[in-house]
Write a protein that binds this ligand. Structure first.
Ligand code: GUN
Ligand code: FE
Length: 449
């Protein structure tokens, strides 16, 4: 039986910490804390252990003791592709050739339901082992790929947002749909799955290059017809991609306006990458309250470029982080933050950014991986922190599981330094357990691929 409460060192953000190094008012930290859960898996309360004990008269056997371990909200991955897990670390190409040579042939397998189901199980296990409890996920063009993903997520009661890729041109014929079939299939998926338990749907045109104008119009129609449905796509990842997109849509002012001209830019629309966005595009994204998913490991791996984090922050853009598996090279949000930090550092070397300007702070980094992502997905009332009323999705971290991290932490003083050491040195080894809607899973409990 799931325990009613867990005890440990509890940390979560409650506000955007901005660029302040130690933004005291934007987080809660309980060195010895207790998180109390409702029977339905929501968070009832959180506070110091002594206080929670007397307030709720907690019997000892109802409190699971993780003393000395960290309790964090589960991480949120705002951009990834489950069918690409098996093709991670494919050598030597940049975006276009990488898609042609590795990705399209791989995605062809996902017409097969049992293939898609076992790949879904592998993917969800990997997410959870890495402490990621929610993700915004691409399937393939096949409707069955999304049924498989959602069925497996439903078994775990995991909050997953996903969708069927829409693509009707500039890709191999065996992966193409049409504006008509994409409409019928996406609509069927929405009606079966959207808001079923914790599943939500995202309308998923792959990117402007692989959709005809007619298909982008269909995407907009679906996006606006259903309450709370998301839109996910790619934008300005690679310079030759940007050129090709503009050639295909000569009437549009820039890459973002291709999507905007079809009514695809707004709240709940998530654009992956945005490495080569212009100032004008950043402002429009912010104004329309759309979200950018920053995918550092992917941008480095494919040599796409250095995301302008400073610009995104100045414009107050909604921002999340994405692993972008399989162009990204790690499921770990710690490793994603590690490379995000390095990109922000490196960006200074290539721009007129003052060298002493504050970079990606640890508080901001963990905000982006939790509450910031939840807010960018308009799920800030449900996810991203451990405040009362939120869904009980959290992770337990054993910081002694990695010798180097343990060694380094002995020399750190402040919470900021400890968090920074985590974001540089932690990975899935630290994730001891995770909870989905208050239900505990340990790594050993789950069936393997
Ligand atoms: N752009 C269009 N499709 C893809 C994809 O599958 N991965 C990445 N990284 N970029 C894309
Ligand atoms: Fe992607």
């Amino acid at each position: 039986i799931a325990p009613k409460a867990v005890r440990g060192t509890i940390f979560f953000l409650t506000e955007d910490p901005g660029t302040t190094i130690d933004p005291v008012k934007s987080y809660q930290y309980y060195d010895d804390g207790i998180l109390v859960l409702n029977d339905d898996g929501h968070i009832l309360d959180v506070g110091y252990a002594t206080e929670m004990h007397s307030k709720y008269q907690l019997a000892a056997h109802t409190v699971l003791n993780y003393s000395g371990k960290f309790i964090f909200p589960g991480f949120i991955d705002t951009h990834t592709h489950y069918p690409q897990s098996e093709i991670i670390a494919a050598f030597g190409e940049q975006l276009t050739h990488w898609l042609d040579k590795y990705i399209y042939p791989t995605e062809a397998h996902f017409a097969d339901k049992s293939y898609a189901s076992s790949a879904s199980r592998f993917f969800l296990n990997e997410l959870l082992d890495n402490g990621t409890t929610t993700a915004l996920v691409f399937g393939t063009v096949h409707k069955t790929s999304v049924n498989a993903l959602f069925e497996e997520a439903e078994k775990l009661n995991m909050r997953i947002i996903g969708g069927k890729i829409m693509m009707d041109r500039n890709a191999p014929h065996y992966l193409l749909d049409t504006p008509e079939t994409t409409y019928i299939e996406s609509q069927a998926l929405i009606e079966t799955w959207h808001n079923k338990g914790r599943i939500q749907y995202a309308v998923t045109p792959r990117f402007a290059i692989t959709s005809s104008p007619e298909q982008l119009a269909v995407a907009a129609k679906l996006f606006h017809a259903y309450n709370g449905v998301y839109l996910q796509t790619h934008i300005s990842e690679n310079l030759s991609e940007v050129m090709h997109a503009k050639q295909l849509f000569p009437a549009s002012k820039n890459y973002l306006s291709i999507y905007d001209d079809f009514g695809l830019v707004g709240p709940r629309a998530i654009f992956a990458h945005g490495v080569h966005l212009t100032d004008e595009e950043f402002s429009l994204l912010a104004k329309k309250k759309a979200t950018i998913s920053f995918c550092p490991t992917s941008n480095l791996f494919l040599g796409s470029g250095l995301f302008d984090f400073r610009k995104a922050q100045q414009e107050n853009c909604h921002l999340g982080l994405g692993t972008d598996i399989g162009a990204g090279t790690s499921f770990s949000m710690f490793q994603t933050l590690n490379e995000a930090y390095k990109i922000v550092q490196l960006h200074k070397a290539y721009t007129d950014t003052p060298q002493n300007e504050i970079t990606l702070t640890p508080f901001k980094a963990f905000y982006l991986a939790t509450l910031g992502a939840a807010r960018a997905l308009y799920l800030g009332d449900k996810l991203g922190s451990l405040q009362p009323g939120k869904e009980g999705d959290f992770i337990v971290l054993d910081l002694e599981a990695i010798p180097l991290l343990k060694f380094r932490l002995q020399k750190t003083q402040s919470l900021a330094d400890r968090l920074f050491a985590l974001m540089m040195l932690a990975d899935d080894r630290t994730v001891e357990a995770f909870y989905l809607m208050g239900k505990r899973w340990q790594k050993v409990d789950r069936p393997r691929f």
